[in-house]
Write a protein that binds this ligand. Structure first.
Ligand SMILES: Nc1ncnc2c1ncn2[C@@H]1O[C@H](COP(=O)(O)OP(=O)(O)OP(=O)(O)O)[C@@H](O)[C@H]1O
Ligand SMILES: [Mg+2]
Length: 224
């Protein structure tokens, strides 16, 4: 599917732009072929240095994770990778959690399904590592959760040896902490006391790491 798609043709043949590119972020195009829509996450529009280093690396990381999760319900299928610079992914009709209002209630069933989904990819030996970013979880039009953006994910195999195995375990539980964060934002009444305490205990060091990451991104934006 989408076998003949060329990056150079995207500006002409796309049927929507979900997000315009920035110096460190890919263009997100929508394309359609034989009635099937796909999302193209395209780093070819970034500057030379960035697309050929970070861009290629992130596409490789995300494609590797997607292949591991083939046929896992809740994870968009990867149709193909183009020139090592873009991913063509199944389009999930719905909205990402960032687009929802803070107080828009989400049913408990959504969070239960999300927990099962997280357990599903953990079973395949993957930790997502960036679930706390609300745009990476989608509320599908079918009411079910979908998880996207696997560029920061890590695999159990790569992190098998001590002390990396401890880091891997930490990221596994961070994926669950992210669900508590979503619940706190949308359906705080459903958060149990135990979940609240676990969240408070964990969010301090996490905030520090995110601060470092955001500063690095800022510096990268200036130099590439
Ligand atoms: N398969 C998909 N189906 C529907 N929408 C998608 C899909 N993939 C991405 N999107 C939309 O595009 C947005 C950005 O996608 P993604 O998070 O993969 O890119 P990113 O460059 O890693 O973004 P960020 O750095 O902001 O996390 C998502 O928040 C979502 O709204
Ligand atoms: Mg994202």
């Amino acid at each position: 599917m989408f076998d003949s798609l060329k990056l150079s043709e995207l500006p002409k043949i796309h049927c929507g732009i979900l997000r315009k590119p920035s110096s460190t972020r890919p263009t997100i195009w929508i394309v359609e072929e034989n009635g099937v829509r796909a999302v193209v996450k395209d780093y070819s529009t970034s500057k030379f240095l960035f697309r050929n280093s970070v861009g290629r690396f992130l596409v490789w990381r995300e494609s590797k994770a997607c292949r591991k999760m083939k046929n896992l319900k809740g994870i968009p299928s990867l149709y193909r990778v183009i020139d090592g610079l873009a991913l063509v992914l199944e389009e999930i009709p719905g909205r990402n959690l960032e687009e929802l209002e803070d107080r828009m209630e989400i049913p408990q069933a959504f969070f239960d399904a999300l927990k099962d989904l997280v357990a599903g990819f953990h079973k395949r030996g993957l930790a997502h590592c960036d679930l706390k970013r609300a745009p990476n979880t989608l509320l599908g039009n079918d009411g079910l959760p979908y998880i996207i953006d696997w560029s920061a994910s890590i695999s159990e195999k790569e992190f098998g040896l001590f002390p990396l195995n401890l880091i891997y375990r930490r990221f596994l539980s961070d994926d669950y902490v992210a669900i508590i964060k979503m619940k706190l934002r949308h359906t705080p009444g459903a958060v149990t006391q135990k979940e609240r305490e676990f969240y408070r205990y964990r969010s301090g060091p996490e905030k520090m790491l995110r601060g470092i990451r955001d500063r690095l991104r800022h510096i990268l934006q200036k130099i590439v």
